[in-house]
Design a protein around this ligand. Structure first.
Ligand code: OGA
Ligand code: NI
Length: 348
């Protein structure tokens, strides 16, 4: 689709080599689709910040309620006191940055544009389907069950597997805790969502956004919905994430030691549309590279997904037909996500 990629391959290497003040035309988005900073929500509002420390004591039901409200109103919230030690977060960011600084020949061993690969380094979003490129490289790893995948991961930098493996285990614990709270907030038993996800899966995208000489012409990631159940995002200190709220883009700037949580398409389905998977995007900037680490907690391929029976009635008919996550996920990678929503294909 885009010929530059056949010889250029990774964006980070092109940026380092060329040091150009203009971006290649393949990255320039049509005028009416570019990030428009004038449409931005004012910067003194943000998504809810929820303290999970209070989840383990008598405040439990209040935290569950706050999570439910955040899922219903905006599909995004931040958490603090989430139980993952500060050093686990900072090491994860440090090793990610180090990975993207490895020599090109070392990183290229992992390069693939085949979304079926369980470990791959790639660029933009989906080079096979997209018409315009995004200013991003990313390393995608499958992470659960860890023992099935960790041996496929990069062996450089030296402690990559150990540090990322530890982060994955901790994030899974947090994901399960959040899924319990979300199930309870829907009036279901604690294990409802976890069980609906079958044997479950956990994928990770380590996103690397190089500095961009013309950030107003392109995206790090264009607006999209996450296809999985729930996403846990760790970002470094450089802003870039934006979330659609009331028709305007809201910047979610980094707060130390917090993680960003958002509802993906599968919880939208399980909740029969009560909770929404909300559009979000990443913009880039002139001066700083940015790293973010997205953990996608998802159903296993064979899990059968449908709205919870208790949330379906005459007034609230089922929003989708029944499908397996495998069917959904295969469709997801065939779409140009800027223009097509995968969920629409499964609606009744
Ligand atoms: C994603 C995502 C946002 C960011 O990887 O799905 O939305 O800020 N990332 O990198
Ligand atoms: Ni996303």
């Amino acid at each position: 689709m885009r010929s530059e990629f056949s010889n250029m391959v990774l964006l980070s290497d092109m940026v380092r080599r060329e040091r150009s003040s203009c971006i290649p035309s393949s990255y320039v988005w049509p005028k009416n689709e570019r990030p428009n900073l004038l449409e931005m929500e004012s910067s003194d509002v943000s998504i809810p910040l929820i303290d999970l420390h209070e989840m383990d004591d008598h405040q439990h039901s209040l935290v569950v309620k706050a999570i439910g409200e955040a899922c219903k109103s905006g599909g995004f919230f931040m958490v603090k006191n989430h139980g993952i030690p500060e050093t686990v977060l900072s090491e994860m960011l440090r090793i990610s940055k180090e990975y993207f600084k490895l020599p090109e020949c070392e990183r290229m061993k992992a390069y693939s544009d085949d979304p079926k690969k369980t470990m791959r380094l790639s660029t933009s979003c989906n080079v096979k389907t997209e018409k315009v490129a995004s200013w991003r490289d990313y390393l995608r790893l499958h992470c659960y069950p860890l023992k099935d995948f960790i041996h496929q991961w990069p062996s450089h930098p030296h402690s990559f597997r150990e540090i990322v493996g530890e982060y994955c285990k901790r994030v899974r614990e947090l994901a399960l805790k959040l899924l319990e709270a979300i199930s309870e907030s829907l009036g279901r038993e604690k294990k409802y969502i976890e069980e609906a996800l079958g044997k479950q899966g956990q994928h990770m995208a380590i996103n690397y956004y190089p500095p961009c000489p013309q950030p107003d012409l392109t995206f790090g990631l264009p607006g999209h919905h996450d296809p999985n159940a729930i996403t846990i995002l760790l970002q470094d200190t450089v802003p870039g994430l934006q979330v659609l709220r009331n028709g305007k883009w809201l910047a979610v700037d980094p707060l130390p030691n917090t993680l960003i949580i958002n509802i993906g398409n599968q919880i939208e389905v399980l909740s029969n549309g009560r909770y929404k998977s909300v559009l979000h995007r990443a913009i880039v900037n002139k001066d700083n590279e940015r790293i973010s680490v997205a953990t996608f907690y998802c159903p296993s391929y064979d899990a059968v997904i449908e709205p919870a029976r208790e949330l379906v009635d005459e007034e609230h008919p089922s929003i989708t037909k029944t499908f397996t996550y495998g069917e959904y996920y295969d469709q997801f990678w065939t779409l140009d996500l800027q223009f097509e929503s995968c969920l629409d294909l499964f609606k009744v």
